[in-house]
Design a protein. Structure first.
Length: 156
């Protein structure tokens, strides 16, 4: 492995906690506010953002409830696992319209315990205890889109 490959591998592994937190946030938002998964996202190691279609913004108290629930799920030490299936097998469980045109027939489903499952190709931790503390650093509402920006305080 050359230095560039090693750097890319480190970047992929470093984003795993944030990517898994994204799954938990998506599951939480849909469970609490029935808004579905984020319509767009940008996941990085230091901060990430997700956009949800909503008719109104969440209040500061509601945002605090979301943050609390995500941290409860993280502290539950849930195993993160994967399964593979054909698109046809999962068509009733997932919205396949978001798959790229060149997606393979076999898809990967990532499970965060029994809390969340979704189609995903990214890196994840093996257990939620590896994520650290989740915190929402800001929110914004504009034209029916509610953005959540979040960060992680990583464990030592």
């Amino acid at each position: 492995m050359d230095i560039n490959e090693a750097s890319d591998k480190f970047k992929e592994e470093a984003i795993a906690p944030m990517h898994t937190a994204e799954h938990i946030l998506n599951g939480t938002m849909d469970r609490m506010w029935h808004c579905g998964r984020a319509v767009s996202s940008h996941v990085e190691r230091k901060k990430s953002k997700l956009d949800y279609r909503m008719s109104a913004p969440l209040s500061a108290e509601q945002v605090a409830e979301v943050e609390k629930k995500v941290n409860e799920v993280i502290k539950a030490h849930l195993d993160v696992s994967e399964e593979f299936a054909s698109q046809q097998q999962v068509a009733e469980r997932f919205d396949l319209k978001r798959l790229p045109d060149d997606a393979t027939e076999t898809v990967r489903i990532v499970h965060v315990g029994n809390y969340d499952e979704c189609l995903c190709v990214g890196r994840h931790v093996s257990n939620t205890c590896e994520i650290g503390r989740f915190r929402i650093s800001s929110t914004r509402f504009d034209n029916g889109m509610f953005r959540i920006v979040f960060r992680l305080d990583y464990p030592d």
